[in-house]
Design a protein around this ligand. Structure first.
Ligand code: FE
Ligand code: ZN
Length: 267
């Protein structure tokens, strides 16, 4: 499996998942059709599936145009979003699996940003020479988990969003995180405000600043990096709890809720 990020709109990322042997590909979050078409042409692969992480327009705006040009296209999304995901024709529930060439995909239902939000876990199918390994899996998290941060709760409760993020944080540490927006620099700025003594976070912020100086993408990250530097995955850490005025015995969902509220107004 090869993954190619595609910059869309202002700061969105679509991703092409390519099976190089079969010359087929899936696109995660087709924000708009043209940049996706350009990468398909450059890579000389056939698009066979569209994977929507959630129904927001900046993640599905290209669906209709891509299907119009390729009527057989499979368009995946969560079952509960059947009425608000353009061109959807494959309804997913938590744990459903499907294949794109030799790429195996599993849908994880991660409500919070929206109630129908999905993360797609993708990896090359098992073969003798490439046994399964967390380092080869990718998680396409949409607006649920961002590098260094998380999405706003437009529809879910803090408890739902926090449970979804914890589920992603529990993936093997080498899992690649490919998210829906380039928000990493400002997320890490907030992280440093929450945990000024976190050396790994400061180091990551410096690295990200270097990347962004040339407009290079910061994706993908890894689950391990997120656990160490993303405050929203660190609600059990004393310094994070102290920052929001809570102690060791406080409810972790309340820690999360306070962090998310603070980030909503953080500049
Ligand atoms: Fe969104
Ligand atoms: Zn978005």
């Amino acid at each position: 499996m090869r993954v190619v990020p595609i910059a869309c709109l202002q700061d969105n990322y679509a991703y092409l998942l390519i099976d190089d042997r079969a010359r087929v590909a899936a696109v995660v979050d087709a924000s708009e059709p043209e940049p996706v078409r350009a990468v398909l042409a450059r890579e000389q692969v056939e698009l066979v599936a569209v994977l929507a992480t959630h129904h927001h327009f900046d993640h599905v705006g290209g669906n209709e145009a891509l299907v119009a040009a390729a009527p057989g296209l499979a368009v995946y999304g969560h079952r509960s979003d059947a009425a608000r995901t353009p061109a959807i024709n494959r309804l997913l529930d938590d744990g459903d699996r499907f294949s794109v060439g030799a790429i195996e995909v599993e849908a994880l239902h991660v409500p919070g940003h929206t109630l129908g939000a999905l993360t797609y876990l993708a990896r090359e199918a098992d073969d003798a020479r490439h046994p399964r390994d967390g380092a080869h899996a990718w998680a396409f998290t949409g607006d649920t988990l961002f590098l260094g941060g998380c999405g706003r709760m437009f529809e879910g409760t803090p408890a739902q969003m926090h449970a979804s993020l914890r589920r992603l944080a529990a993936l093997p540490p080498g899992t690649r995180i490919a998210c829906g927006h380039e928000y990493t620099a400002s997320n890490l700025r907030f992280g440093a405000h929450v945990e000024p003594a976190n050396a790994q976070l400061a180091e990551r912020a410096a690295h990200v600043a270097t990347l962004r100086a040339t407009s290079a993408p910061t994706v993908p990250g890894t689950v391990g990096e997120e656990r160490a530097t993303n405050p929203f995955l660190r609600t059990d850490v004393a310094a994070v709890r102290a920052h929001v005025g809570l102690g060791g015995d406080a409810d972790a969902d309340e820690v999360f809720a306070r962090l998310r509220r603070e980030k909503d107004g953080f500049r």
